[in-house]
Write a protein that binds this ligand. Structure first.
Ligand code: MN
Length: 129
């Protein structure tokens, strides 16, 4: 076994995140392993853009409070909650307006398909629902 050197924290790019989001790489498979695990920290109101994952994604909240939304469903996520989005389902995830939120994002090395940024109107509608 070996202790993995921690990589530097990266800032989520403005093209696919609204607000301040930071992530750390926890695991990245090599060879036949395609595992990807990031710890992603959202500041209040920060969120991803609309996107989908070709092989799906599992989110596990480690701190704070957030939401994950599809086109027709909103789930409030609390510490310890785990949410799975199936392959190809459009969704976004982020922090509530008055809380930070950190989740582990677990997926396989694939091409996420990124769409539009989540508008303030879409965000407020999801938070208020
Ligand atoms: Mn996702």
């Amino acid at each position: 076994m070996k202790l993995i050197n921690q990589t530097a924290t990266s800032r989520g790019p403005a093209e696919i995140f609204t607000g301040d989001v930071y992530f750390d790489t926890i695991a990245r498979g090599e060879g036949v392993s395609h595992i990807r695990v990031n710890s992603v920290r959202f500041t209040p109101c920060a969120r991803t853009a609309w996107h989908s994952h070709s092989l799906g994604q599992t989110l596990h909240v480690t701190d704070g409070f957030g939401i994950v939304a599809t086109r027709d469903t909103v789930i409030v996520m609390r510490p310890g909650d785990t949410v799975h989005t199936p392959p190809g389902e459009e969704h976004w995830h982020g922090a509530l307006p008055d809380h930070f939120m950190t989740h582990l994002a677990m997926w396989e090395d694939d091409d996420a398909t990124w769409g539009d940024l989540v508008t303030d109107q879409e965000y407020e509608a999801a938070v208020g629902s």
